[in-house]
Design a protein around this ligand. Structure first.
Ligand SMILES: NC(=O)c1ccc[n+]([C@@H]2O[C@H](COP(=O)([O-])OP(=O)(O)OC[C@H]3O[C@@H](n4cnc5c(N)ncnc54)[C@H](O)[C@@H]3O)[C@@H](O)[C@H]2O)c1
Ligand SMILES: [Fe+2]
Length: 388
């Protein structure tokens, strides 16, 4: 329960979520005059759909299902337009990171006005000053941890992924419903598991790391490394083992990186999603071993990473522990079908295109969080390695 200690979000864990349970939460946050709206994706999802049908028999609830992967500012703004006329005071995001982030975006606009793009960048036109709508997030993937983070990621009108970060984005409640992750397709289980694992490692190799974030990152990394392959195999066989554990691990990882932000793996990953629509978790997995090797040049990072390996494999010297952990990550990537090269990604990139696509990552605050400073030459070197 370490995660509950370091976040203000109320974390509720349950095997199933009934409409009555959700209604109680809506009442708790919205009071007698609660006016809830639900933000979700449009793909059919029987467990969620049945629960929402039941909920609407108990109280009126607007359901908006415009969310698509890598959620677009345009869709968030359209949902806001639909909700502006109503006295919405509780927003519920149900889905993967894309739906949960969309709910955060809607909460920002309904509370502060303007256009979502006005809040992006180092010198935004508008500041987030308040949030007068309660935010309840319910993940259906075991990955992003958005249900407990101060982060929302949105694709702007130019197709660039923008990270919005503010303490007022931290949700009031996160409901972890085991049933919702039991039938994830194997590819989604794999991708989102690597997103969660990346969050733990990026918390450790981060300039903003603190003793608390280190502890949370090590605990969640051990948990995720123990369960991710079992969860993936369960997704294939229809067994249930490991999937609820990954839901919990992803949430733990969210509480950890909420303290530090992410780092180089995430900064680079955005290019793969913007240019070639690679799913977020796969894009994070792609460079994970390269950034791991690089960041082991930092003494403290190496020491913290070796603590993860020591919990998993017992006492060995530091270099052996690091080699064991790296082997584990590489073998997980292989077993869960993650890409190692541009060939694996089915992406034809030419050497002369590297600068145009990847130099922008150097200005990304996430890149600046990385413990080892990464310059233009190093980015090019890292990307060139992926040609082989
Ligand atoms: N806010 C944060 O802290 C944070 C952290 C990491 C990533 N992100 C962002 O979150 C997004 C990625 O989220 P994601 O990886 O959860 O995927 P996603 O939300 O984009 O969903 C991917 C696909 O899976 C479907 N899906 C979701 N749950 C399912 C289930 N249980 N069974 C079957 N299909 C299901 C969705 O409908 C969608 O088609 C990216 O935009 C990423 O940048 C946000
Ligand atoms: Fe992520």
């Amino acid at each position: 329960m370490f995660e509950q200690i370091i976040t203000s979000t109320k974390i509720i864990k349950t095997d199933r979520l009934t409409a009555k349970d959700l209604d109680k939460l809506i009442f708790y946050y919205g009071g007698e005059a609660a006016c809830p709206a639900i933000i979700t994706g449009h793909n059919p999802f029987p467990a969620r759909d049945k629960m929402l049908d039941e909920l609407r028999k108990i109280r009126p609830a607007e359901v908006l299902n415009k969310v698509a992967p890598d959620p677009k500012v345009k869709d968030v703004m359209e949902m806001c337009d639909e909700l502006k006329k109503k006295p919405v005071n509780v927003l519920i995001g149900i889905g993967g990171g894309s739906a949960m982030d969309s709910a955060k975006g809607v909460a920002v606009i309904l509370s502060n006005g303007g256009d979502l793009e006005e809040y992006f960048g180092a010198k935004p036109v508008r500041a987030i000053e308040k949030r007068d709508i309660a935010l309840i997030l319910i993940p259906t993937t075991a990955g992003t941890g958005s249900e407990v983070t101060k982060v929302g990621v949105f694709t702007d009108r130019n197709g660039r992924k923008q990270t919005l970060m503010h303490p007022l984005l931290i949700p009031d409640a996160a409901v972890l419903v085991n049933e919702y992750v039991l039938r994830m397709p194997p590819a989604l289980t794999a991708a989102t598991a690597f997103d969660a694992l990346s969050h733990t490692l990026e918390t450790l190799w981060n300039r903003n790391a603190t003793p608390i974030s280190d502890r949370a990152a090590i605990e969640s990394a051990v948990h995720i490394l123990k369960w991710m392959e079992t969860a993936y195999n369960s997704s294939i066989s229809g067994a249930q083992e490991g999937l609820p554990e990954m839901l919990e691990g992803a949430c733990m990882a969210g509480t950890a990186f909420c303290i530090t932000g992410t780092a180089a793996v995430h900064a680079l990953s955005f290019v793969f999603s913007e240019e070639w629509h690679i799913p977020h978790g796969v894009a994070c997995a792609f460079m994970l071993e390269d950034i791991f090797r690089l960041n082991c040049k930092d003494k403290k990072t190496k020491q913290q990473l070796s603590k993860i390996a020591e919990i998993l494999y017992g006492k060995h010297d530091e270099d052996t522990l690091i080699a064991m952990l790296l082997d584990k990550i590489i073998s997980l990537k292989r077993n869960l079908g993650m890409p190692f090269t541009f060939n694996d990604l089915n992406v034809a990139l030419r050497e002369e295109e590297i600068g145009g696509l990847f130099d922008k990552t150097l200005d990304d605050p996430k890149m600046k969080n990385n413990v080892i400073a990464i310059d233009r030459q190093l980015v090019h070197e890292l990307i060139r390695k992926k040609f082989q």
